[in-house]
Ligand binder design. Structure first.
Ligand SMILES: *[C@@H]1O[C@H](CO)[C@@H](O)[C@H](O)[C@H]1NC(C)=O
Ligand SMILES: *[C@@H]1O[C@H](CO)[C@@H](O)[C@H](O)[C@H]1NC(C)=O
Length: 322
């Protein structure tokens, strides 16, 4: 093991002959330095029927490009693995992104792994460690289930529509938009730059009437679906570095299916980059490291080759054998 790993991170990681084990006896060092080599996990999920012939689980390549555009590297997180697998990854990664998709937010492999990371990230923060989580679309919905233990969503329909954001009055009180340039607020508030592809959503009224949600998350923006029904479009946890958007900031820059009504303007590109930059910079506050460069190399997304769907969708998916 090279010394730079030992010197900087021996206080954070305990390496034993049995592998990487959690050590709660160690006092975590204060995170005053920035981690300029963040590695972010992206949660995989069970394949829908049309992808099953390529593999049982997948990650859309758009999320990989999305995080890479902001200076992070990516490692896939697999479903239905042992607790040890998730604990090892937790101690090695600098954050996890839960992508959009179609699986259950209560009992899929995606949801079960989400429960583990949510618990570990909370415990870590409470002892002075930092592990950010991000949920996009289904991932946003998962964040609501993780805080309440149930499905609190209502049906709503916003398939393939790009809309402006309706910010809450005090949206700058949270962290997600605290330092957003005024020019970008103007773009977000007036242009069709947030891509929505969802059948479920969080009703602001449910939020108000569900103490577990209201205590845990701050609502930052709300929108109305095609039928005029309101939904929460972005939120963050008050205490923890957890963020969620019902819309898809990655699609503006990384999805080229011509059947979708996505904006590909410079302004929509800036919006995509803003959210990626924000989350990746949160992950730079995490000092977790892989115990060795060899282990790090083994789990990176670079070990996999995405499947290109070609014409007419131009979509790309990373496929996994579990
Ligand atoms: C993971 O486990 C869940 C049940 O807990 C099951 O529904 C799902 O199909 C499993 N996924 C894979 C890829 O085996
Ligand atoms: C946004 O899209 C709607 C239709 O969905 C359209 O009426 C409106 O003019 C668009 N706004 C901008 C600024 O392009």
């Amino acid at each position: 093991m090279p010394c730079r790993y030992l010197l900087l991170f021996s206080a954070l990681l305990e390496i034993s002959s049995a592998g990487l084990i959690p050590d709660t006896s160690l006092k975590y060092v204060k995170h005053t330095e920035t981690n300029y080599v963040p590695i972010i996990g992206i949660m995989s999920q069970e394949s829908p029927d049309e992808l099953k012939k390529y593999g049982p689980t997948y990650i859309p390549a758009s999320y990989v490009g999305y995080l890479e555009q902001a200076g992070a590297r990516v490692a896939p997180v697999k479903v239905n693995q042992t607790d040890d697998y998730y604990i090892s990854l937790f101690k090695s990664l600098n954050g996890v992104l839960f992508p959009g998709g179609e699986v259950s937010i209560l009992d899929s492999g995606y949801a079960k792994a989400g429960q583990i990371f949510f618990k570990l990230a909370i415990e870590a923060y409470d002892r002075g460690d930092y592990f950010p989580l991000w949920g996009t679309c289904l991932g946003f919905e998962l964040l609501t289930a993780l805080a309440t233990g149930k499905n609190v969503l209502k049906d709503c329909s916003d398939m393939d529509i790009s809309i402006p954001l309706h910010f809450e009055q005090d949206f700058r009180k949270g962290r997600l938009y605290r330092e957003i340039p005024e020019s970008l607020v103007q773009i977000l508030a007036t242009e069709n730059v947030t891509a929505n592809f969802h059948f479920s959503c969080l009703d602001p009224e449910t939020y108000e009437n569900t103490p577990e949600l209201k205590k845990f998350y701050r609502v930052l923006s709300k929108n109305n679906d095609k039928k005029g029904s309101p939904f929460v479009s972005s939120m963050e946890a008050y205490r923890y570095p957890f963020y969620g958007t019902q819309f898809h900031p990655e699609k503006n820059n990384f999805i080229w299916d011509p059947s979708y009504k996505l904006e590909h303007t410079m302004h929509s590109a800036l919006v995509s980059q803003y959210f990626a930059n924000f989350f990746v910079d949160e992950c730079r506050k995490s000092k977790h490291r892989f115990p060795s460069p060899e282990l790090e190399a083994k789990v990176m997304i670079d070990n996999y080759k995405p499947v290109f769907m070609g014409s007419p969708t131009f979509l790309e998916y990373y496929m996994f054998d579990v």
